[in-house]
Design a binder for this molecule. Structure first.
Ligand SMILES: *Cc1c(COP(=O)(O)O)cnc(C)c1O
Length: 373
């Protein structure tokens, strides 16, 4: 092996990054798999999006529209926004990275919540910055802790609202209080990946705050309620000066033509979105109540997933539950990367999957009772 100095070296910090580990999608020796590990919708995409995707097979030799015009116009029409204040990305992950790369440099800090989305520390470190973590209370973002974590080196605050993997949210009044407490040069990133699912009167995704501020952006995704995770489509709404900065550093054709066409069709299909929401309303409540009734603690969620806490008692741990569920074809998300080793995250699935989760958890908990001595 040649000495390390004789070969190319990544920038300082790159090798400190823990690479993102996606939710599992297989279990050995099991015929039927229910993937409940990545918050994908059990309803799949709108049939209109599928049709648009298929039609995109014509013209594969041509570069896509580098400005994602049709998609931005469809998003603008749906939400009543100015398309010039929108930028699309290869998933909102790309937009989060672009934000970090544009606003964070070596020595700078990015603030996030204790159980905030794991993509944030990756994006902050990849840009050469340092993630600064604010403690949560009861798995909920603590605005005072976030504000206390801000220093003169802070460039960006990342807030997932609702948050993944906790499923909790903070009311819009708290988001506004956070914004009011930030210095004007700090960029507040509102990641509203699950906004469509939230049924709370005191919640808002943040469109209004973006419209009236120079230092707030909102990111959204087609990966969750729209059922297009595979196509990688996200969008950002922000002030013109931020959109301009991101447009300068993104790759020229960052969203492919099939994604542009399918995304534009998906966001216009109100009936499909309503069906996905109705399914989630029903089964989120059902799973929360059934799993709680088994004696497990469930963090109240407003998203399309649940954080389930397991006892540390041998035979009943999250790790053992994960293995047991996987043997029955149920793939959940283990949360070691989030420092939540005693919890699993469950995506709301089809009726069949949801019922199977509850019956399998029930047999796991009863079968795994510790032997009496
Ligand atoms: C799933 C998710 C996203 C979406 O990521 P994409 O890159 O758009 O697929 C963004 N933020 C959070 C908090 C998420 O859970």
């Amino acid at each position: 092996m040649p000495a390390a100095s004789s070969r190319p070296q990544p920038r300082p910090g790159v090798l400190d990054i823990e690479a993102y580990v996606p939710g599992k999608s297989t279990a050995e020796g099991v015929e039927k798999i229910y993937k409940l590990s990545s918050n994908e919708t059990p309803l799949g995409p709108s049939p209109k999006a599928v049709e648009a995707f298929k039609a995109a097979v014509e013209g594969l030799e041509f570069y896509p529209d580098g400005l994602s015009t049709k998609l931005r116009e469809a998003i603008a029409a749906k939400h009543g926004l100015d398309a010039d204040h929108l930028i699309c990305g290869s998933g909102s992950d790309e937009l989060l990275s672009l934000l970090a790369n544009a606003y964070i440099g070596p020595g700078d800090e990015g603030v996030m919540s204790e159980y905030g989305f794991v993509v944030y520390p990756i994006a902050i470190r990849a840009a050469g910055g340092k993630p600064v973590i604010a403690k949560e209370r009861d798995f909920q973002t603590d605005v005072d802790a976030l504000l206390k974590a801000v220093t003169p080196r802070t460039k960006v605050v990342f807030l997932a609202n609702p948050n993944n993997p906790t499923g909790t949210y903070i009311p819009f009044s708290e988001v506004k209080r956070l914004h009011a407490g930030l210095p004007a040069h700090v960029l507040l990133v509102l990641d509203a990946a699950y906004a469509e699912y939230v049924r709370r009167n005191d919640y808002a995704s943040g469109l209004e705050l973006v419209s009236t501020s120079e230092n707030v952006v909102m990111t959204r995704t087609f990966s969750k309620i729209f059922g297009l995770a595979n196509l990688r489509i996200g969008w950002l709404y922000g002030p013109a000066h931020v959109v301009d900065a991101l447009n300068r550093i993104r790759s020229a054709f960052n969203v492919n033509g099939a994604a542009i066409a399918a995304g534009a069709a998906a966001i216009a299909d109100d009936a499909h979105i309503a069906a996905a929401l109705a399914h989630n309303d029903r089964w989120l409540a059902w799973l929360t109540s059934k799993i709680s009734a088994l004696g497990l603690s469930v963090t109240p969620s407003v998203g399309n997933f649940l954080l389930i806490h397991f006892p540390t008692e041998r035979g009943k741990t999250a790790r053992e539950a994960d293995a047991y569920l996987a043997r029955h074809g149920l793939i959940l998300r283990s949360l070691g990367a989030y420092n939540l080793p005693n919890a699993l995250r469950l995506t709301i699935g089809s009726e069949e999957a949801n019922r199977k989760v509850v019956s399998t958890l029930e047999s796991f908990l009863s079968g795994a009772a510790p032997a009496r001595g």
